[in-house]
Design a binder for this molecule. Structure first.
Ligand code: ATR
Length: 289
């Protein structure tokens, strides 16, 4: 693209940002949709996120994505916050507003759109969620809000699972989230579950790890969705498939969290054809590595 005096800037703040795929998502979209916009990564040192947001405002930066480790810390730097992001307690997208930035969380809606695009339903489903960290907490909230009938929340540290369950159950009617220590998965009744892998176990370079190795567990899984996309096929996905289930990685979640951020910045809707064109480009990137 040709940068000129009117080109608007968006970017990513985090530490580290070197390996981000977000520039590929946003610059491809801007090119396809003919928007005069450029997206760049901005590494921000620990303790300087408030300065970074104030600087972005002074520079009229249209919008920012926020990644590890600032998704919670950035909340104190916002002028406004979307209620959903406030409930989740994490912000990954800033949109310019009067006097500063408004914070959103597009990770959760991104996962939902990724699942819809694969034909995976949450409403009325029995779900098993692995993990109780920041990412899994947002997934627990998504499942509750989208009408899952039950969510077995498995975590190595039971107290964290209990805390997430208390928080999320407090916001919806009924006790949707049921916390268990990971080893207690044998207590989950027989069935055909949607399992969402939200721990960091299995992430490259530890590609031979899965949070549950017990083959019997995978007999219960109809569909497995791993939030990890590096490696392309995680050990969890391989175990799901080995027991006859369908398995998906987290690349479409990454894609759609970006698409939703792009839609917020440009007040537009990205059609499925454009979304899938970006997805093909992301996939190509993995194929070439
Ligand atoms: P994120 O923001 O990516 O969710 P996080 O908040 O650090 O990262 O959460 C990491 C999740 O992976 C947690 O559920 C963590 O379990 P604990 O709550 O018991 O720490 C889980 N996790 C990380 N390493 C693990 C391991 N080796 N075995 C089992 N679970 C692990």
């Amino acid at each position: 693209m040709e940068i000129n005096g009117r080109t608007r800037t968006c970017g990513l703040i985090g530490d580290p940002v070197e390996h981000t795929l977000s520039p590929m998502i946003h610059n491809t979209l801007a090119g396809r949709l003919g928007h005069d916009l450029v997206y760049v990564p901005f590494p921000v040192e620990r303790g300087r996120v408030a300065e970074a947001v104030a600087g972005a405002q002074a520079l009229h930066i249209l919008g920012l994505n926020v990644t590890v480790p600032y998704k919670s810390e950035v909340i104190a730097c916002l002028k406004e916050i979307d209620p959903l992001a406030r409930d989740i307690g994490a912000v990954n997208t800033l949109v310019q507003c009067d006097g500063g930035y408004k914070g959103y969380n597009t990770d959760m809606e991104g996962l939902y759109r990724a699942m819809q695009s694969e034909g995976i339903e949450i409403a009325g489903r029995d779900v098993i969620l692995l993990g109780a960290g920041g990412a899994a907490r947002a997934v627990a909230y998504l499942c509750a809000v989208k009408g899952a009938s039950k969510v077995w929340l498995l975590n190595r540290t039971l107290e964290k699972a209990q805390k997430v369950a208390d928080e999320v159950n407090g916001r919806v009617s009924g006790t949707v989230i049921r916390p268990l220590r990971t080893e207690e998965h044998v207590r989950i009744p027989e069935g055909k579950y949607l399992a969402i892998q939200g721990t960091s176990v299995g992430l490259a370079p530890n590609t031979e790890d899965a949070v549950i190795e017990d083959e019997a567990f995978y007999e219960k899984i109809h569909t497995g969705f791993d939030l990890i996309y590096n490696p392309w096929r995680t050990k969890f996905m391989r175990l799901v498939e080995a027991h006859g289930g369908r398995a998906y990685n987290g690349l479409k979640m990454l894609l759609y969290q970006g698409i939703i951020a792009y839609e917020l910045w440009n007040d537009t809707h990205v059609c499925e054809e454009d979304a899938l064109a970006v997805y093909d480009k992301l996939k190509e990137h993995f194929r070439q590595r």
